[in-house]
Design a binder for this molecule. Structure first.
Ligand code: CTP
Ligand code: CA
Length: 222
């Protein structure tokens, strides 16, 4: 049947999913983050678990309840996500990086609350590590699935990330499109593969979108 044809290969496979935003501390009362709700990544983790995969979910701070029966690893910063992902990477079949990882963090973490002063404030930011790019450089047998959150030139940027991060497939969306992106329960996705395929999905619930992503990822399993 439909189910076994498309998803049976996921049974027993080790799938590592990252989800949510990261939180980058400025001082004890302030931090930088982004609009990610975690819904897409949690839906993927839940669906993969339902298909019999052995799922680890590395998540930044969200308001969601972790799906039952997944190995749930809570982190805050991009650096913590990097360390946890690296712990699991070697022993993973498929990595799905749905998290919205901060690209920059404050260069200095102040131990005390910063006090306001006259005039403007400049906070120096430094780059975080690109987790997915590092995974691409250290790829063994893992299937790497990236996401691309864009506001313009979706295809060009997504294809560039697919290549530069050595991915097998990338899931792109225009986060400014109605019904897509951050916070909402639906998504409008286009999947690009390293073989040059382009799969345009209609507006779907994040649960349905998760199944489509897993179905495509499963085609890379030997
Ligand atoms: N990603 C990551 N580590 C980072 C930044 C991004 O692993 N420090 C991953 C995301 O989880 C996602 C993919 O890289 O799967 C693309 O993220 P995105 O923010 O769309 O692209 P960037 O490469 O960060 O480029 P930019 O934000 O400039 O578009
Ligand atoms: Ca980014």
């Amino acid at each position: 049947n439909h189910f076994s044809e498309n998803f049976s290969s996921l049974k027993g496979k080790k799938i590592l999913v990252t989800a949510g935003p990261t939180k980058e501390v400025i001082d004890p009362v302030r931090f930088l983050t982004n609009r990610s709700s975690g819904k897409m990544g949690y839906a993927i983790a839940e669906a993969a678990n339902n298909f019999g995969a052995n799922v680890t979910l590395v998540s930044g701070p969200t308001t969601l309840t972790p799906p039952a029966n997944v190995n749930f690893v809570q982190i805050e910063s991009a650096q913590e996500m990097y360390e946890q992902v690296m712990n699991y990477y070697h022993d993973t079949d498929i990595v799905i990086k749905a998290a919205a990882v901060a690209d920059y963090r404050p260069a200095t973490k102040y131990e005390q609350k910063m006090k306001k002063k006259d005039g403007d404030l400049i906070i120096q930011l430094e780059r975080t590590i690109d987790i997915l790019k590092t995974l691409g450089e250290r790829k063994e047998k893992q299937i790497l699935v990236g996401f691309a959150a864009e506001t313009e030139n979706v295809q060009a940027y997504a294809e560039k990330k697919l290549k530069s991060k050595n991915l097998d497939m990338i899931v792109a969306n225009n986060v400014t499109q109605e019904g897509a992106g951050f916070g909402v329960d639906t998504n409008i996705l286009t999947i690009y593969t390293k073989q040059g395929e382009k799969l345009e999905l209609p507006l779907l619930s994040k649960q349905e979108a998760a199944k489509e992503i897993l179905k495509k990822a499963a085609t890379f399993l030997k």
